[in-house]
Design a protein around this ligand. Structure first.
Ligand SMILES: [Zn+2]
Ligand SMILES: [Zn+2]
Length: 153
């Protein structure tokens, strides 16, 4: 976990009057050691692999603290489950492209999109509060073969 992430998390916990307990710290480490998007269930499994005694309540509580702090964001990948995204700290304006079959997720950022969003929002008389763009697409393999190897698990 990057020192600046640790600092931000600890500052937020302190502000809220919450202690950095060992289980909580381990959960936070597990979240930010990888750039993968994950569901609460997937996190639970990862955490349990490190500490079999980690409680589900602590995992969920820590998730909601991090979301509230803005360090972790909930994203909708269109899969019917809430996913969590640890990558907004480094890439606050990224968006997602997802394969409709194998569900491979690719993050992308493009300055043109920010300009376009700004134009659209202004034209409609609004100002942007937050943006989330999801492109549902066919990956290379799906385009060529009509099916992805990793799909249909
Ligand atoms: Zn992401
Ligand atoms: Zn695919």
């Amino acid at each position: 976990m990057k020192p600046e992430v640790r600092e931000k998390v600890e500052a937020f916990l302190k502000e809220k009057g919450l202690r950095v307990t060992r289980p909580r710290e381990m959960i936070i480490e597990t979240i930010f050691e990888s750039e993968d998007h994950f569901s609460a269930e997937e996190l639970q499994d990862k955490v349990r692999a490190v500490d079999a005694g980690a409680s589900r309540a602590t995992v969920y509580r820590t998730l909601s603290i991090l979301v509230e702090s803005g360090l972790l964001r909930e994203i909708d990948l269109g899969l019917g489950v809430t996913y969590y995204d640890p990558n907004f700290i480094d890439h606050p304006n990224h968006n997602h492209l997802i394969c409709v079959d194998c569900h491979r997720v690719v993050e992308f950022e493009d300055a043109h999109m920010a300009v376009l969003e700004d134009c659209i929002t202004r034209r409609l008389g609004f100002s942007t509060a937050s943006t989330s763009i999801r492109i549902e697409a066919n990956c290379e393999e799906l385009k060529q073969k009509g099916v992805c190897r990793k799909g249909h698990r």
